[in-house]
Design a protein around this ligand. Structure first.
Ligand code: AMP
Length: 420
């Protein structure tokens, strides 16, 4: 039997209502903040991600689904959206049409990570990117939007963590400091961290290795070595978050995996989803557009994982899902009237009434079982003695009340009943 590829997941009809709630909430909140949706292709040229995300990151180094297509193009299934949005922004000169572009997306992403709870190889992210302004209020806006969406979904056990990575200049100075600090301790680091020492030294802070953690406890912190500009904007971030009544913690160890961040970074984690607890993350990336050969344009954004959010919602039992009811089931009492039933169904469906009928030649009893399973609000019985007079019985399934109605007028009767 062929099964779904490891790390991918079918989203079955029973799970869809929860997805819809999340998607509707996303749309509503982004609309409130005036973000416009953008959709980009599922695959891109590999070099976009290599250049945009950074060769030394886990995503590019280990996790991308890359292949050569039949025309020898190097293609990658998108592992994240920022590089794609920036590519589209540059390609279509969006910055020339308006000076600030506020964009959002919902899209599948692909990373060849080790699958576990909350970690898939095809998963879905939503997120936003604001391109064209250095305003620190946009940094806060990202956190506000992410937080509002999670709160709207009923999540309570949330921790907002923020940090500043400074400007590239102050970060480089700091990296030198860190390198000096670690130079005589390097041999005691884990193998992974020794590699990071050479390639991406900040990521040593991400290490889960206990020995590494002990060493890094005494390491100088980037947050204590910020330039004045980054320090000032970090103060505004904190102040504004307080005013927005969003609880947060400063986490000087939050370096995040991607190379392109500058200044503000943040993450929101849930206490309810196990080890893969980051629901979303983001930050400012003032140099990325330039790095991808666009006009220098500051940017800030975040991305959140839908599967992980749904897991948190399930564990906190937050979602009140609407019951999936159908308006009308048409029970057919006479096989010969199947075509007539089908015609009535179409007419009502065209009036926005949801209708189901029988396609399996079932007995009346079995048809009624089906109507109950579908939670039909009404059942129309077509084909009894009354049919000769153009009438049919309409039963209200909630009250069990039954009345004779004229089939000629069935649409106006039902439109009134359902208030369509
Ligand atoms: P990142 O782009 O790595 O900052 O991830 C942003 C968010 O996407 C994370 O906080 C997760 O919620 C989600 N995410 C990232 N990788 C995965 C994955 N492999 N499976 C499921 N969700 C993921």
């Amino acid at each position: 039997m062929i099964k779904a590829v490891t790390g991918t997941k079918d989203i079955l009809p029973d799970e869809i209502p929860a997805w819809k709630v999340v998607e509707k909430t996303i749309e509503r909140i982004f609309r409130n903040f005036n973000y416009k949706e953008i959709r980009t292709p599922v695959f891109e040229e590999t070099s976009l991600f290599a250049r945009g995300i950074g060769e030394e990151t886990d995503i590019v180094g280990k996790e991308m689904y890359s292949f050569t297509d039949r025309s020898e193009n190097n293609i990658t299934l998108k592992p994240e959206m920022t590089a794609s949005v920036v590519r589209a922004f540059i390609e279509h000169s969006l910055g020339k049409q308006q000076s600030l572009n506020k964009l959002y997306y919902v899209s599948p992403m692909f990373r060849q990570e080790r699958p576990q709870a909350g970690r898939l190889r095809q998963f879905h992210q939503f997120g936003a990117e604001a391109l064209g302004s250095t305003s620190v209020y946009l940094d806060v806006e990202m956190i506000q939007m992410a937080y509002e969406i999670l709160k709207e979904l009923g999540l309570k056990d949330l921790n907002v963590k923020i940090n500043s990575l400074g400007t590239p200049e102050s970060r480089n100075l700091y990296k030198e400091k860190l390198r000096k600090f670690l130079s005589d301790k390097k041999d005691k680091l884990s193998e992974d961290s020794r590699k990071r020492f050479e390639k991406n030294i900040l990521r040593i802070f991400d290490s889960k290795d206990e020995k590494d953690k002990k060493i890094m406890k005494d390491a100088p912190l980037l947050l204590d070595n910020l330039d004045n500009e980054s320090k000032d904007s970090f103060e505004i971030v904190k102040e504004t978050l307080k005013l927005s009544e969003i609880p947060f913690k400063v986490d000087p160890y939050l370096v995040r995996g991607l190379d392109y961040y500058t200044k503000t970074t943040f993450e929101i984690v849930s206490g309810k989803v196990g080890s893969q607890n980051a629901l979303c993350g983001g930050g400012r990336y003032d140099l990325l557009v330039e790095q991808l050969e666009g006009e220098p344009t500051p940017g800030v954004g975040f991305a959140a994982g839908i599967e992980r959010i749904l897991l948190a919602c399930e564990n906190e039992k937050t979602l009140n899902l609407p019951e999936n009811k159908i308006d009308l089931f048409i029970a057919c009492l006479n096989d010969e009237l199947a075509g007539k039933v089908f015609e009535i169904a179409l007419n009502l469906r065209r009036k926005n009434i949801s209708v189901e009928c029988d396609y399996l030649n079932r007995s009346l009893k079995a048809q009624m079982r089906e109507a109950n399973r579908l939670k039909a609000k009404y059942v129309l019985f077509v084909g009894g003695d009354e049919y000769k007079n153009g009438l049919a019985n309409l039963k209200n399934m909630e009250t069990s009340e039954q009345r004779l109605v004229s089939l000629n007028k069935i649409d106006s009767i039902l439109l009134e009943v359902f208030n369509v």
